[in-house]
Each structure stands twice: as structure tokens, then as C-alpha cells.
Design a protein around this ligand. Sequence first.
Ligand code: DWN
Length: 391
Amino acid sequence: MKKTFLDLGNQPLANNFSKKYIPPLFRLKLKFDTKSKLVMINKHLKKESMFNKSYPYRSSKSKLVKKLFKELSKKIRKKLKAENILEIGCNDGTFASNFKKNSITCIEPCGDVAAEAKRKGLSVYVKYFDNLLVKKLIRDHKKFDVIFSANTITHISNLNSVFNNVSKILTKNGTLIIEEPSLLETIKKNSYDQFYNEHIYVFSTIALQNILKKNNLEIYDVENIKVHGGSNRYYIKKIENKQIRISLRFKRNIILEKKFGLHKLSCYKNFSKKVKNSKVKLTELFKKLKKNNKKIIGYGASAKAVTIINYCNLKDNYFDFFYDTTKQKIGKFLPGTKIKVLKYQKLKNNKIYVFLGAWNFYKEILKKENFFYASSGKFITHIPYPRIITK
Ligand code: DWN
């Protein structure tokens, strides 16, 4: 039974950056499935409308993402002794380019970003991960001993089809590694901005295990990693593979999630109250700053920021503009708003207030803007509650 627990208002496609204003498209609501324990959004939009040629997100924009991918690639080579690797959703090849070209096969449906991966010498299927492609992969490559996917599986509506297909192309003793935002961290941080049209699901370990078991797979280890606002890296095997033991870390994650009540509707009803309160407080904060004629800009035109700005209706007369480092976003409007995205420039004027649209990279940003912060520049964040951060 799917129970709606939060209404995030009218929202646009979170990565549909355009030179012309495009109003919000659909009503975004969050649901909890009392049987599978999955948390999902209400509207599963057509994949072609979200993941297409001009998709703007680039993994390489973050030093932290590059560092974590490099470390994981070493672990895969050393510990898992992988020889034939598949990456589902390789984006611009930030992860895959850590491997010898002939040891990894990539899948990336978004044309422009797939071209960037190809320019790195990678072999890329510019396709969606579906039954047709899996038949081709089996023909071309047989099976894979490691399949990796970061921030992709939760973007695919039919999870049974995904995991059923993975089961077909993973070797008997192979490992599927998926990285996704942690629902527990989302609840703890009140980071409701993890929900937007692309994030069809936000996984708990409990819910992911339930869906995997239905497809002959199971989690055997979980790493909690500090990326994208707090993610889990799940190590998954075939149930028939008895060579790998279930780790203590996995068991601890399940216990912690149950302690927080992630398997119960009441947890999400409580989360909903906190989110509504966060919206009131953030809006009050912005109104007070504008009443005192303060200049406010955004830093990082993230998909998460799009959710916040549209949900809290901070669209007109609050922001002068957003800075962003992504070429594909610059000169366009933040989706659902008339707020312009400008090419990033170092922060100098410590009189302005800077809203952290990319709060998940706070440490990286603070280092980059040390002058601004050291001269008492002010950041605004909503994590874990609306507040001003200053020296
Ligand atoms: O799952 C997804 C995650 C992995 O990435 C995708 N569905 C979409 C995307 O979500 P996001 O847009 O919220 O991701 P980021 O990486 O949190 O977005 C950060 C934005 O901030 C990017 O546009 C880059 C920008 N940025 C910046 O301008 N200056 C980032 C950093 C670190 C900076 O210093």
C-alpha cells in the first residue's frame, strides 16, 4: 500500500536548464510503500524527458566525487580482482577513466555527456539500461564480475527489471556495487531537496534489500560515504553465492535504520512536519534579509536547489542570480524560475549572503571561498535547519 506523506508543491524538471522561462510542470508528492518499505515520488516521468542529449550534470565538477571514485577503483582492482567491469550510468567517465580502457564497458544514455566519456577513450553504449541492451551486452561481452552504478538506479522506475537484468549479466561470484543517497541521512539532515523528478526513489538499506531479494540478489556490505549529502555504497551478490559472508556493517545499517523507524509510516509523517517547519523558517529568513535590503545570491545550481526554491517559493525578488561552474547551466534560468545562472566567480564582497545550493560540497566550497568566509562573509543553508553560517 503506497501512502502519500509529503507534498513538495509544483516542481519543474530539476535539470531542465533553459534560456527561456519554463514554469513548474507537475505536483511533486512523496510516498511510502508499507510493503516494500520503498520511499518514492508520485510521478515517474518518461526517461526520455529527463535523460537526453543535453543532460547538464557532470560528475567531474566535484573534487570529492573524483577522489572517492579513484579510491573505489583501487579497491575494486585489489580486493575484487575485477577483470571485466560494467558501469551503468557512467556520466562523463569520471569513474571509468580510472581503469584500463579494455577492462571496463560503459552505459550512458545522455548523448553529450556520453560523448565526453568517449573522448576519454572509453567504450560507451549510448543507450538506456533495458532488456534490449542486456541482450546485446550478453552477446558482446558475456558476463561481468563487477557492475558499478552511482546515482543511477534510483533514477529508473522499474527496479525489478533493473535487478533482474543485472542478475543475468553478473557472474556467479560477481559483485554489484551501487552508490545512492542514504534515506537515513536524508531524514537526519532534513534534506528533503534529495527528492525531485530524477530521484524516483531514495533508498533505505531495508527497502533495497527487499527489492533485491525478489531478484535473486542480496546486500553483503554497506559503506556510509560522505558524498551527495550522505550516501550508501552497497555491495551486492547473488544469493546463491555462499563464498561471501554478510558483513557486520550491513547488519549495523539495518539496526540503525530500524531504530530510526525507516520501516514505519510514522517516521515519514514526522519527517513531513520537520520539512514544513523548515520551509516556514527558511522563508522567514529570506524575507527578513530582503526587508533589510540584503543582496542574496545562490552558489551551485543543483537539482536539490531547484526543489528548495520551488517548494519554498523563493523564486522572485530574493536571488540576484546563482553561480555555477557547469558550462551547460550558465546563461540559463534555474528550472521553474526566472533566476539566472551565471559563470562562477570567486566570492569577494562579504556584504552579500550566499545560499548554498550545493550544501553537500560545503567543505570544498569553504576551502575555495576562504577569503569570503575569513572576512565574515555569510552563507545561508537549510541543512539541518535554516540558518546563517559565518565566521
Ligand atoms: O543524482 C544526481 C546527482 C548525483 O547529481 C543527479 N540526478 C543530478 C545531480 O544532482 P545535483 O544537481 O543536486 O548534484 P550536485 O553535484 O550536488 O550539484 C552541484 C552543483 O553545484 C553543480 O551544478 C556544480 C555546482 N558547483 C559549483 O558551482 N561550485 C559545485 C561545486 C562543488 C562548486 O564548487
